[in-house]
Design a protein around this ligand. Structure first.
Ligand SMILES: [Zn+2]
Length: 304
């Protein structure tokens, strides 16, 4: 017979002391997509233990389901897109960051368009909606992926490093832009629902003016004004005061929280990102999942 001891000896994927959660009732957010300009309503719905975060395209025949896991991610510029069952959801990272940052593990996210509401370019509106409903503990433990050894993804001056630590998730983002109004920024935080809410959730996305011009030439974001998104010229943000002097670095950390949640587990480790973005965030998640495969004990064969 085959006796698997994996459940006792897994060094990397173990159960934390934290119970899984969901929300007690529905919560909705409406707005327009920053890229498409289309109006969309997103509804967070309760979901059972171990179902994770699943997007449901209620506007499409058969209401296709798209699990928020890294294997469903497709490469695309400047945003995180997930594809499964013939349907896509785009710009999901700020929605995922709100759920992960508040430690809401199981949630069906019903949407009637592909692109999520952009709101103010941060996770603030999603966090506010989720804070308006009670969180329910479920009868299952949240899995954990513990960083076992140093892992680096990326090359040159654009990389993410993971290092083992005793407990919790510590993030650092090192940002460096040639645009003098942004310059170099470093932001670090030990991630918890409180620190996410108070330091990260309302940090907004940003673009450089020449990037914004380029995007609008491509027909994207035509309806977006300087009040909807932070646009930097060499002197600073145009007609839109910053919430923090290091808001850009904080927003990059917000993206990390959202993208890392595609691992489907709490992460224990210190992660440092330098000039990194969505592509490297997903590479790190793949590397962490690979680490589990490498460390997984082989089933032991016992003769009867
Ligand atoms: Zn973002």
């Amino acid at each position: 017979m085959i006796l698997s001891l994996c459940h006792r000896k897994l060094p990397t994927l173990d159960a934390s002391l934290r119970k899984q959660t969901t929300i007690a009732r529905r919560a909705a957010v409406s707005g327009f997509g920053l890229w498409s300009g289309r109006d969309i309503t997103l509804t967070f719905c309760p979901a059972p233990a171990s179902s994770g975060v699943v997007f449901v395209r209620t506007d499409l025949p058969g209401k296709p389901r798209i699990e928020a896991v890294v294997r469903n991610r497709v490469n695309g510029p400047r945003r995180t897109t997930l594809v499964a069952n013939g349907a896509a959801v785009e710009m999901v990272e700020h929605v995922l960051a709100a759920l992960a940052g508040l430690q809401i593990d199981n949630c069906e996210v019903h949407v009637n368009r592909a692109e999520m509401p952009g709101c103010d370019g941060s996770s603030g509106a999603f966090v506010d909606a989720l804070l308006g409903v009670d969180v329910v503990m479920l009868d299952a433990l949240r899995p954990v992926i513990r960083v076992q050894r140093e892992i680096v993804v990326g090359e040159g001056d654009s990389w993410i490093k993971a290092e083992p630590i005793g407990h919790g998730m510590e993030l650092e983002y090192q940002l460096s832009y040639e645009c003098p109004a942004i310059g170099s920024q470093v932001f670090s935080s030990i991630i918890s629902p409180l620190t996410f809410q108070n330091q990260i959730a309302d940090a907004r996305t940003f673009v450089l003016q020449h990037e914004a011009d380029q995007l609008q030439k491509q027909g994207l974001g035509k309806h977006v004004t300087y009040q909807d998104i932070i646009v930097f010229d060499d002197h600073g943000p145009i007609d839109n005061p910053l919430r923090y002097s290091d808001e850009c670095a904080r927003h990059k950390m917000l993206d990390m929280v959202g993208d890392f949640s595609l691992a489907g587990a709490d992460l224990i480790g210190k992660f440092t990102g330098s000039r990194s973005g969505h592509r490297l965030n997903s590479q790190m998640v793949f590397a962490l999942l690979q680490q589990i495969v490498e460390h997984k004990p082989k089933p032991i064969r016992i003769s009867a």
